[in-house]
Design a protein around this ligand. Structure first.
Ligand SMILES: [Fe+2]
Ligand SMILES: [Fe+2]
Length: 247
């Protein structure tokens, strides 16, 4: 690997949706993604149904990766009702799965949480009326608190936020408007205003937009693999990002 002396480099991708049939299909992709970077960032929907079997396939595919791998889960990783099994398998394989937690790669802080749905701006669902609506909004608020707690832990001058759901509408544009409320929540943008970061990565919106900005100008990258493949044909489906190396 040719590391840079002046910058810390990351490769980011989400929505790999590993199935039991994915064995052997992702190794060269991961090798290529990790060629000249310091860490690999995975933005959720790591598996298709959240089974132990799928997580093991992903762990095997990552076996040749020798740089740190940092991940958050996506909604698909919850489908079988056992996200802790996915976390356990991946953690044993050396992946750092962040769920309201933070870690540091070469002096760059990374805060990670899955996030949740609820809609954007004036279309955001409010905690009003039936208990189940309040529960739904509460879940979004819990994820916001997780992201905030993770960001608050970081003392590094350079910071990255890792999510599955989008914190802004800009990177889900391209999807049918009817499903915007299920693709992310503006509530997730609030901690990013209080704790500014260098970049936000998310997935989930397979037909969204590659790049937009928060209201305080932070770049937000939708790195859903199907989106990268569709929007950048001929280019490898991951996004490279670098920040100046401190010290
Ligand atoms: Fe996905
Ligand atoms: Fe998703």
């Amino acid at each position: 690997m040719t590391r840079s002396a002046t910058s810390v480099r990351f490769a980011a991708v989400g929505d790999i949706h590993v199935t039991k049939d994915s064995a052997g299909t992702l190794r060269s992709f991961f090798t290529q993604a990790c060629e000249s970077v310091d860490a690999l960032l995975l933005c959720g929907d790591l598996t298709d149904y959240g089974t132990a079997e799928e997580a093991k396939v992903l762990a095997d595919e990552l076996a040749g990766v020798s740089i740190p791998v940092v991940a958050v889960l996506g909604n698909h990783d919850y489908e079988s009702g056992t996200p802790e099994v996915v976390v356990d398998v991946l953690t044993k394989a050396g992946v750092r799965v962040l769920d309201g937690a933070a870690c540091e790669i070469e002096g760059v802080g990374i805060a990670g949480a899955k996030g949740f749905a609820g809609g954007f701006g004036r279309g955001s669902l409010g905690a009003w009326g039936e208990p189940v609506i309040k529960l739904f909004v509460k879940e979004a608020q819990n994820e916001v608190m997780k992201l905030e707690a993770a960001l608050a832990k970081l003392r590094t001058p350079r910071r990255i936020a890792l999510l599955h759901y989008s914190p802004i509408a800009g990177t889900v544009e391209g999807e049918p408007m009817d499903i915007f409320p299920f693709l992310g929540s503006s509530r997730l943008e609030e901690p990013l205003l209080r704790y500014p970061v260098d970049a936000v990565f998310h997935g989930h919106a397979h037909r969204g937009t590659l790049e937009a900005k928060t209201i305080n100008g932070v770049p937000v990258y939708n790195v859903a693999k199907p989106l990268l493949q569709r929007k950048r044909p001929g280019e490898p489906p991951f996004r490279l990002f670098e920040v100046p190396r401190e010290g």
